[in-house]
Design a protein around this ligand. Sequence first.
Ligand SMILES: [Zn+2]
Length: 348
Amino acid sequence: MTLDDLATLRQEAERSLERVHDLESLQAWDRDVIGAKGSLTAFLRGLGKASPEDRPALGRAANDVKTALVTAFDARKAELQSAALDARLATDAVDVTLPGRKPTIGVDHPVSQMIRELSDIFALMGFQTAFGPEVETGHYNFDLLNIPSDHPARDVWDTMIVDTPNSEIVLRTHTSPMQARVMEKTTPPVRVIVPGRVYRYEAQDASHEWMFHQLEGLAVDERITLADLKGVLREMARQLFGPNRRIRFRCDFFPFVEPGVDFAVDCMICNGAGCRVCKQTGWLEMGGAGMVHPSVLEGVGYDSEKYTGFAFGLGIDRIVMQRYGINDVRAFAGNDLRFLQQFAVASR
Ligand SMILES: [Zn+2]
């Protein structure tokens, strides 16, 4: 046991401390060198065996080495702890400049978006929006619309009948029953639109659904003419499809109007020249319309000599299909999110 042994012990301890790069190996170093079973501790314990003349010098030197190594250990420990803290802060850090994850927010169905757009357009022209029952009586769905039970036209609507004894309950085949419901509760002037679901007992294909959406329009007042109807529909087309749109009326028959017309808008894609969307006709069929039949006005107690009115019905699904180039009506109720999510942007 000599001063040289002590110097070697110190040198080795300092070298191995340099190689310590984490708190775990620092702990091991502590155990091996200055701990209860460490090399330096063993040296200090061994001092008793040294010769009495060497003992004081060896003792002093050993204590100096111990002080130096403990100081070095403390410094290394502080270093490593601060490095570990830095590393944890860097890992756990929240970068507030990163964009957040977008939550999935539901948006309106494309048909609902169109209903709202149409309501806004007609509101500008003084029309209120009303919603009616989807389960109707035959009285409102047919009788008050000038379609008595023995009328052959009743077969035109492929009706879904709710099976109840002694009364005729149907899923409404059009939004027209609200004409009578609104007029019964109102005295003219009447200006109302009724968007909503309607039902037909029909085979499904790309252009037919057993459930689809219609928008009914009704205006009743003194001196209402077909010109007013044309003006309102033209303005609707202008708002929906842009300026310079033209409206086409062709004679058609509906029991609750006289005269009756079908109406079309010139194709906004090809400006009437003919294209895929308008099936080369230059026109997009919108629906049926006409002057409210006097029998309908009388049926709700209006004086048909004093009041006249117009009514129209249009297919909402079809307008959405034309606008976005959708070629299968079944997509709307098919519940395929890949289809529906494409309209999330359109609603914002
Ligand atoms: Zn076209």
